[in-house]
Ligand binder design. Structure first.
Ligand SMILES: *Cc1c(COP(=O)(O)O)cnc(C)c1O
Length: 647
């Protein structure tokens, strides 16, 4: 490919091209050497991601690799609390902020630990949506001031567990999602002899927006409608438990891109709150749920991968709207609870993948197949390729397309042989490449020609599984920013989509962030025989737990990184988690390592007896099989490319 202006390329151009500043919230930059740096505290202290990779590789943990920046996690907890504190001060709000972290967004112990520790000074609590999560919340929660919010469907054991927490003096609130839960809570509280704290989840009519909009509205799975709230109130009165109703909760869905939606939902929920207060319930907390977004594409718009507001604006709007409605209703303002998960954890981790192969549909360009006897359709195409100056690009494209289709019909009817079909195809692609290249040099492109870039894009094959590591990209087409982690002084020249190593045509990334809408390919550097690493950023929310074992590709390696001034590279790896071994994933589907090895041995022994293999060879074959059990599930790229290990 032509590379006229590579000398004019710069680190600044790479920053602009991949948008690090736009979606990185001040945490991602490129250093003078062309390496991506993460600044966990956004204070100028940066960690070169490639240094972390080198250290991990030295520990035997190759890509695919998840890197968690624990300080960044801390930073986000401090940030959301600071935003609410600032809003509360500026709006002269009388209540306080009592955030909780929803465990379902990232259950990993080290993540929850870090958040609990970072939230100490802010009485930052936890939210659980299931029994296992409540088990985590109860044990990891510290003190009696931080909240535990209990959402999700509840059986008797769930309620008993929550009341156990009440016995220990914890502020644990059971949020009623279904009318029947009220009866259960009343009954079990009487049995156990503790006073529960109860909240109602209101089914708001204000609808969420974007990919996760189904959490509210008439058909939502969760929450009480208006009549049910009134019935629930009566039940509490009858049981003499009025004093237990403390909270109104709503959750209109995750990643709400538009601040107007949030304002409307807050207004509607505050009306519920005020009415319940006026009916004589003690109340005290208003829980605005999750939904605070992440600007994955950095466009600052209400596009589904973005958000048109900042965390600061979110806090201010929540605080001021609650205050306004409460004031106009003559009701004392509540303490504000929010359950932001995505916004807290998404930025702290990134997935590192290694590109190991380039698949070029038109690799045969230049060494085009020469049929012994050329069919007319082939010579016609050759003429088009030669006379490129004669017609406009669009017209040439249409002519070539017509000839390609003609050749296809001829082939199906038996009038074109394989040699001529091969020649027709490769000349067609050559013409397309020619047209696309002229287009790249000239700016504006009609739609059809624009799509050519996508058709002509190469595939970069990366050692990872979309199903294990980026499930939301596969399931919901969620976009994550992707960028090379090094070589950013060089001009990227290859348009590519990314393919994973699963045997599934869906196992790919072919939709990328862009300021306008989305892009069908990403422009990367040509492979040069050395490791080429890409980062998939903002993957700390939801992806870790939702990943599955498609093709039995298991959990990836993981390192947890902390800033450290005294270390040569400014960081240290505190924890290294080795990814799944082949034996681990096999066991998950009920194959015992010993049994499989025994069966292999029996077959090899039988083959040896029949003299199909020699005894010495048989031993080696069994060793090969057995030793693979302890290997990772992903490709061993060094063995694949015959690359020499560094000493
Ligand atoms: C999933 C969920 C959250 C977290 O939402 P985010 O958008 O990730 O902040 C909060 N509350 C409830 C009830 C949830 O189900």
């Amino acid at each position: 490919m032509k590379n006229k202006s590579s000398s004019a390329w710069s680190v600044a151009k790479s920053e602009e091209h991949y948008g690090f500043k736009r979606w990185g919230s001040g945490h991602i930059s490129v250093d003078d050497g062309g390496f991506v740096q993460v600044q966990p505290l956004a204070d100028g202290r940066g960690i070169r991601v490639l240094d972390v990779i080198s250290e991990a590789v030295g520990m035997g943990l190759k890509a695919p690799l998840v890197i968690r920046f624990q300080d960044l996690l801390r930073h986000r907890v401090v940030q959301i609390n600071a935003c609410f504190a600032k809003a509360i001060k500026e709006e002269s709000y009388k209540g306080s902020y009592r955030g909780v972290f929803p465990i379902k967004v990232n259950q990993l112990r080290e993540v929850v630990d870090e958040i609990v520790s970072a939230g100490k000074d802010f009485n930052y609590g936890l939210e659980a949506g299931s029994k296992p999560e409540l088990m985590i919340a109860l044990a990891m929660h510290e003190g009696t001031q931080r909240l535990i919010i209990c959402n999700g469907y509840k059986d008797h054991d769930y309620i008993r567990l929550a009341l156990l927490g009440r016995k220990l003096g914890k502020k644990i609130i059971l949020v009623v999602e279904q009318l029947a839960e009220v009866d259960d809570i009343i009954k079990i509280a009487q049995e156990v002899g503790v006073k529960p704290m109860i909240g109602f989840r209101a089914k708001l009519l204000t609808r969420g927006e974007g990919k996760w909009a189904m959490s509210s509205g008439d058909n939502a799975k969760f929450g009480l409608n208006t009549a049910e709230i009134l019935f629930a109130c009566e039940k509490l009165r009858e049981a003499k438990l009025q004093s237990c109703l403390r909270l109104v909760h709503f959750h209109i869905g995750s990643q709400v891109p538009n601040i107007i939606t949030i304002k409307n939902a807050v207004i509607e929920a505050t009306r519920f709150y005020c009415q319940l207060d006026q009916m004589g319930f003690p109340m005290g907390y208003l829980d605005v749920g999750g939904g605070l977004g992440i600007d994955y594409d950095g466009s600052r718009t209400n596009f589904e991968s973005s958000m048109n507001y900042s965390m600061e604006e979110y806090a201010r709007d929540v605080v001021s709207n609650i205050r306004d409605i409460c004031t106009s209703s003559g009701v004392a303002v509540p303490d504000i609870v929010s359950e932001s998960g995505r916004a807290i954890v998404a930025p702290h981790s990134l997935l590192v993948v290694e590109v190991f192969e380039r698949i070029n549909k038109h690799e045969s360009l230049g060494q085009q197949y020469q049929p012994k006897v050329k069919h007319k359709v082939v010579t016609d195409l050759e003429v088009m390729l030669k006379n490129k100056g004669k017609l406009g690009r669009l017209e040439r494209f249409h002519d070539a397309l017509q000839k390609k289709e003609e050749s296809f019909s001829l082939f199906n009817l038996g009038y074109l042989d394989l040699e001529n079909r091969a020649a027709a195809e490769s000349i067609y692609w050559q013409i397309c490449e020619q047209i696309a290249q002229e287009g790249r040099d000239s700016g504006y492109q009609p739609e059809e020609l624009h799509d050519l870039n996508k058709l002509l894009a190469d595939q970069y094959v990366c050692n990872f599984s979309v199903f294990q590591s980026l499930l939301d990209h596969w399931a919901l087409k969620q976009l994550f920013p992707v960028a090379p982690l090094h070589r950013l002084k060089e001009k990227p020249t290859v348009n590519a989509t990314l393919a994973d190593i699963t045997c599934d045509s869906d196992g790919k990334i072919s939709s990328f962030i862009d300021l306008q809408d989305t892009k069908d390919y990403i422009t990367l550097h040509p492979l040069n025989g050395k490791p080429y690493y890409l980062g998939v950023f903002l993957t700390g929310a939801y992806q870790d737990i939702m990943g599955d074992l498609h093709n039995l590709f298991g959990r990836v390696n993981e390192v947890h990184v902390f800033l450290e001034n005294d270390e040569p590279n400014g960081f240290y790896i505190e924890e290294a988690l080795s990814g799944s071994r082949i034996a681990d994933v096999l066991e998950g589907v009920q194959y015992q390592q010993e049994e499989l090895c025994r069966k292999m041995k029996a077959q090899i022994d039988a083959a040896t007896r029949k003299d199909i293999v020699k005894p010495r060879e048989g031993v080696r074959l069994l060793e090969l099989y057995e030793s693979q059990m302890l290997n990772k599930t992903y490709l061993n790229i060094e063995s694949k490319n015959g690359r020499k290990k560094k000493a």
